[in-house]
Design a protein around this ligand. Structure first.
Ligand SMILES: [Zn+2]
Length: 266
């Protein structure tokens, strides 16, 4: 394949069956005095767990669901104060939301990016880390099975134009590639923003098949802000000042991302 199509063009083709111009190219015929549409990108923040699912529980009894919600609300305020993006939350209170619904919320809001916040348990581990989706399979048979499954999954979620299946596969593959590149760029920006501010887990950017990162068209990262299984991390995460430092770093990374959405892998 040649140079990748810009993300919004590929998404425009998917959304409009290849007939309409991409959203940013459309001209407006608003009435004078009517409010301009809000074209700012939407960032969806996802505080993990909630309700009957406390997430990890620290040695001092700290519930992950509380730490991540407090940080997400802080981050939302900081991002909204910049005026550069709209901010959605998958939950704003102590309620259980299934993983698939978290992904669906981001897609319904046409999110430009998705940031899932966690502070899980990992014996012996300490420090913040960032995860993107990995599609690396252990062997070729599994890879072929996954390809078929993933194509079916994508077709169930994306609005595909009435074009031959081969063209649909190419469109899906382009959108997934753009999404992966966006996620990698966001992960790199996030690690760069965290590095000078908080202790990090070695090999800070990691990959895993987190279900919550599987939106085919929304660049998604999962941030482990630290591990509640570490007494040091738990003590830090209990301090509002430390959570504010994390939120400041994440706001900087998201701000850099939305300021230059078209820039390649950074
Ligand atoms: Zn978690």
């Amino acid at each position: 394949m040649g140079a990748p199509l810009p993300r919004r063009v590929a998404l425009g083709i998917l959304a409009f069956g290849g007939l309409a111009a991409p959203a940013y190219a459309q001209t407006s015929s608003r009435r004078p005095g009517a409010r301009a549409p809000d074209t700012r990108p939407t960032v969806v923040l996802d505080p993990g767990h909630g309700g009957r699912d406390p997430g990890a529980i620290g040695v001092r009894g700290t519930h992950e669901k509380r730490i991540v919600l407090a940080t997400a609300l802080d981050l939302k305020r900081r991002l909204e104060a910049t005026g550069t993006c709209r901010v959605g939350l998958t939950r704003s209170r102590d309620v259980f939301i299934p993983l698939s619904e978290r992904v669906a919320i981001a897609r319904r809001q046409n999110a430009a990016l998705f940031v899932s916040l966690h502070a899980d348990s990992a014996p012996g581990a300490r420090g913040a880390s960032v995860y993107t989706l990995s599609e690396t399979a252990s062997d070729s048979l599994s890879a072929a099975l996954a390809r078929r499954e993933n194509a079916a999954d994508a077709a169930g979620g994306l609005r595909l134009p009435p074009v031959p299946p081969e063209v649909q596969r190419i469109l899906i593959s382009m959108v997934r590639q753009e999404t992966r590149q966006g996620a990698t760029r966001l992960a790199n920006l996030t690690v760069g923003a965290l590095r000078p501010r908080v202790p990090l887990l070695p090999n800070t950017h990691r990959h895993a098949a987190f279900a919550v990162l599987k939106a085919p068209d929304v660049p998604s990262v999962l941030v482990e802000m630290g591990f509640l299984s570490s007494p040091e991390d738990e003590a830090a995460l209990l301090r509002a000042e430390h959570r504010a430092t994390l939120a400041t770093a994440l706001a900087a990374a998201v701000g850099d991302y939305v300021a230059r959405p078209g820039v390649g892998i950074g």
